[in-house]
Design a protein around this ligand. Structure first.
Ligand SMILES: Cc1cc2nc3c(=O)[nH]c(=O)nc-3n(C[C@H](O)[C@H](O)[C@H](O)COP(=O)(O)O)c2cc1C
Length: 191
């Protein structure tokens, strides 16, 4: 799929099929993150891939899903992610203003995944102390966020934004995400 269509069709997905994502694909997604732009080209980001079933079971309770509709957005039993990419910041390389790098890297990884039919959800509502203990992550390595990945088992569609950012799930389990319209956000030459 061309990149513009991928951008339009990528949605946060929180229900997954019980199908593994191959190591080759996971490495390829990390590679897409590695190649993202980086302020001053410092490249403070590192990526911890979790695909082992026992380790995944440890990560799952550390994540909070779809706050507006909790608990309806939580992955159902058997619909948990097939893998996680934990986004780390090596603070010996950079300890502030790394968020721009994270955004670029995670979107690169999400789009690389979408191009392979793998969906995901980027999460910052995570239990960092628990994740740090689970994987023995040293104190100078900051846990930024988690990209949960897997083959999708739900559909999510964009809706015109009315008066609220709140997404919702309909009776068929379809996710609806309001987005501000192009007219509302685009300005040419003057505000
Ligand atoms: C920085 C960031 C943090 C997010 N954290 C969470 C999270 O902790 N849990 C969750 O379920 N979704 C999380 N999301 C997903 C957003 O809810 C989602 O991007 C938004 O509703 C728009 O939907 P879309 O990604 O399908 O366009 C996060 C998204 C971003 C960009």
């Amino acid at each position: 799929m061309n990149i513009r269509r991928l951008i339009a069709s990528r949605r946060s997905i929180r229900q997954f099929r019980p199908k593994p994502v191959s190591r080759d694909l996971l490495m390829d997604f990390v590679d897409a993150g590695r190649l993202a732009p980086s302020a001053a080209n410092l490249q403070p980001l590192e990526f911890l891939v979790v695909d082992d079933p026992a380790a995944r079971a440890g990560v799952f309770p550390c994540l909070k899903w779809a706050a507006y509709i909790q608990p309806d957005g939580d992955p159902k039993p058997g619909r948990e992610p097939a893998a996680y990419i934990i986004v780390l910041v090596n603070t010996k390389i950079r300890d502030k203003m790394f968020e721009y790098d994270v955004g670029a890297a995670v979107e690169n990884m999400a789009l690389a995944a979408a191009g392979e039919g793998v969906a995901g959800c980027w999460l910052i509502s995570i239990d960092r102390p628990k994740i740090q203990a689970l994987f023995g992550i040293p104190d100078h390595v900051r846990i930024d966020s988690v990209l949960a990945l897997g083959y999708p088992a739900e559909t999510s569609v964009v809706e015109p934004y009315r008066d609220s950012p709140r997404y919702w799930k309909d009776a068929d389990g379809v996710f609806h995400v309001p987005k501000r319209t192009l007219d509302a956000v685009a300005r040419f030459n003057t505000y």
